[in-house]
Design a protein around this ligand. Structure first.
Ligand SMILES: NC(=O)c1ccc[n+]([C@@H]2O[C@H](COP(=O)([O-])OP(=O)(O)OC[C@H]3O[C@@H](n4cnc5c(N)ncnc54)[C@H](O)[C@@H]3O)[C@@H](O)[C@H]2O)c1
Length: 350
């Protein structure tokens, strides 16, 4: 399986490249990035034979599959070009910067007959898989409420970099890390259809270079910050369920957490990061119980690796991925609605 990678940044180095390299029969044959030195360095270190500045040139190589790992505003263009060139596509989150772009990506995948998989790596966590199995067994009953989020004390991913520019990222903390919590919760709730959203966004740290520094990410002096550093929303679904979502890159809290709380009629669940923990709360014969999930996974089988392995298996077996382009569009519709609601100061239909 001949793979090309579009973008030579952090997530490629951390997840995509090592992931593909671990799977027998998969070869990363090309990488592209307009910052040639970055692509060249990654190619030299990893024995990648072809380096390009423009992904259109790379797509002439007749690749089997492509990872799209560029700033969010370029996902749609790169993914559509790759699909049109006959490649299967694994696209990083968020799918794009709007649902309309996501719909075009799905249409391109349908037309080409190729796979479009979303890089929702949290679905591939061992604790997620364990919890999903329990939920699918029916043990939670009706899940009618969820609270989830990814909140950081200090973690603006490079103030002034593309991450903090609306034109490149489509938004801030919400579209960058809130997207993970949102997708994971929808997935665990059984993908209910969102109907209305009430959202709010803030930028109380990002715009002030003297505040909210630290954590990680490389700041770019004088760079633009015109996105949210905190967002929250209430989402109402057509089955009567609701969820509350929170996302922040910087806020006065104790420490960073990604969390999902699910409340069902028969049981509830709590997934926490930092430290990682998944628990189930229930009641049986009047006895209130807590169960801790011990999710077994072979060492090195991280969520990112498992996601890449799933993509490769889907390509090889001609199977639809479990994090599909359609799932990406549903998430984008909600994100669009949250941003619109925040702007209008009123609830909006999804
Ligand atoms: N799933 C995850 O855990 C996770 C983690 C980090 C980032 N991401 C996502 O991955 C994507 C990339 O993020 P990153 O952290 O690697 O960013 P990054 O800034 O480290 O890297 C992005 C790279 O894309 C390159 N690029 C820009 N335009 C390009 C183009 N037209 N063609 C080819 N390359 C181009 C840049 O020069 C840069 O090297 C983003 O969409 C981000 O949201 C996902």
């Amino acid at each position: 399986m001949r793979v090309g990678i579009i973008g030579a940044g952090g997530i490629v180095q951390y997840a995509h490249l090592p992931g593909y390299q671990r799977i027998p029969g998969v070869e990363v044959v090309a990488i592209c990035d307009p910052v040639q030195a970055r692509a060249q360095e990654m190619a030299t270190k990893n024995g990648i034979p072809n380096v390009f500045a423009d992904f259109r040139d790379m797509l002439a190589l007749e690749l089997d599959a492509v990872s799209v790992c560029v700033p969010n505003a370029m996902h749609a263009e790169a993914a559509i070009a790759a699909l049109q060139a006959g490649c299967h596509v694994l696209c990083e989150k968020p799918m794009a910067v709007s649902a309309a772009e996501g719909e075009k990506m799905v249409a391109a995948a349908t037309k080409s007959g190729k796979i479009l998989m979303m890089g929702f790596n949290n679905r591939f966590r061992a604790d997620t898989k364990a919890l999903k199995k329990l939920i699918d067994s029916g043990m939670f009953g009706e899940i009618y409420f969820a609270r989830s989020g990814w909140i950081r004390r200090r973690g603006i991913p490079g103030r002034g970099s593309w991450f903090t520019q609306k034109a490149m990222a489509g938004g801030g903390a919400l579209i960058d890390i809130g997207v993970h919590a949102l997708d994971l919760t929808l997935y665990l709730m059984g993908k209910p259809k969102a109907v209305t959203v009430m959202g709010a966004t803030y930028a109380k740290f990002g715009g002030d270079p003297g505040r909210g520094t630290g954590g990680w990410g490389q700041a770019v002096a004088g760079g633009v910050f015109d996105v949210d550093d905190l967002a929250c929303a209430m989402i109402r679904f057509d089955n009567g369920a609701t969820m509350m979502l929170e996302a922040s890159w910087a806020s006065h809290i104790e420490r960073e957490h990604m969390f999902v709380n699910l409340m069902g009629t028969e049981a509830g669940a709590q997934m926490l990061s930092n430290p990682a923990q998944a628990r189930v709360f229930s009641e049986r014969l009047g006895v209130v119980q807590d169960t801790t999930i011990t999710a077994n996974e072979a060492p090195g089988n991280t969520a990112h690796f498992t996601e890449i392995a799933e993509f490769v298996s889907c390509v090889r077996e001609g199977r639809a991925p479990m994090s599909s382009g359609d799932d990406g569009v549903q998430v984008m519709r909600i994100l669009d609605a949250i941003y619109k609601s925040a702007q209008l100061g009123a609830s909006v239909d999804v």
